[in-house]
Design a protein around this ligand. Sequence first.
Ligand SMILES: Nc1ncnc2c1ncn2[C@@H]1O[C@H](COP(=O)(O)OP(=O)(O)O)[C@@H](O)[C@H]1O
Ligand SMILES: [Mg+2]
Length: 324
Amino acid sequence: MKLSKLFRWRKKQPAKTKTVPKPTPASSARKTASTKPASAQQSLQIIKPINVKLNIGHYRLEPFTEGGVCVVMKGIPKEPGKPKLAVKLVREQWLNHAAVRRQFSNESQIVKELHHPYLPKYLSRGLIDGKAYYAYEFIEGVPLINLSQEKDRFPPELIKDIATNIVTQLLEQLVHVQERLKPVAHGDISSENILIDSKQRIYLVDFGCSHFVKQAHKDSYQWLAKPSFISPEQAKGEIWDHRSDLYQAGILFYELVKNRRWNEGKSKREKVLFAASKERPHEDFLSDIVGRDISSIIAKLLDPNPATRHQNAKEALMDLNAIG
Ligand SMILES: Nc1ncnc2c1ncn2[C@@H]1O[C@H](COP(=O)(O)OP(=O)(O)O)[C@@H](O)[C@H]1O
Ligand SMILES: [Mg+2]
């Protein structure tokens, strides 16, 4: 169904962009805020807009949002007819970390290679003032989490269709990501990393934890999802692959349907323990809201054992489409 009704509930005030620290390498993730370099506490406000000449034209870069590791700037073109950009750069204090630099280069290569109408289009990469950046299409949308946090955003009588539509779109994007010659595991799917536009199209962003599945090595697995969306295999420090993305799609589905968090942990540690110990939900666990068929699909996505979960996005999509 069309989600045209979705935006009728939109409040006039623009939703606040919530910035959450980026997942960090497992080794540094254990550090507390106070052990971070003082510069890591630097806030977006002190990042000044700058004018830059990129190989795709002249742009004014304005600070847009920041995570623990990266800053995203909005690139306003100086010449007519050029697209707006999202420009992602590693924050100053992480530039000396070889693993962060390697992963950022990997991220930009993944974004460069993906071509799907609803994955942001790669445009350029290089150095700005000696700092690595990559630029891709700016999406005029809001993070899904901003919508779901608004009270009464999703009216109960529509939630089944809204949630199914959003998860179907996500799975279609994951089919593309998983079925290419060089399949990619995203690793950090969450309602913060999905943007939704005014036509109710969703866009998966943030390949900061991703890896090419066939090139994965031990370092690839140190990049983990946000604690609320961490998969059991990530939480246990095991090797994870594209099926971790399906678990995260299951969390998203659950959270949209129930309008509450899946992971009940309060602290980061509790969230990791929750993810590592949660059992597969009963197939009827959401039947009262979405019916038995969809409930059992969500339960299968949320199977802690990757071997008995859906094996790929296509399989989950086929199950969902079979319901009609
Ligand atoms: N192409 C884009 N267009 C518009 N906003 C974007 C785009 N890419 C990212 N963002 C916004 O910036 C936020 C941070 O980007 P992200 O890639 O998730 O960085 P981080 O690795 O710091 O989490 C996203 O949650 C989203 O709100
Ligand atoms: Mg992010």
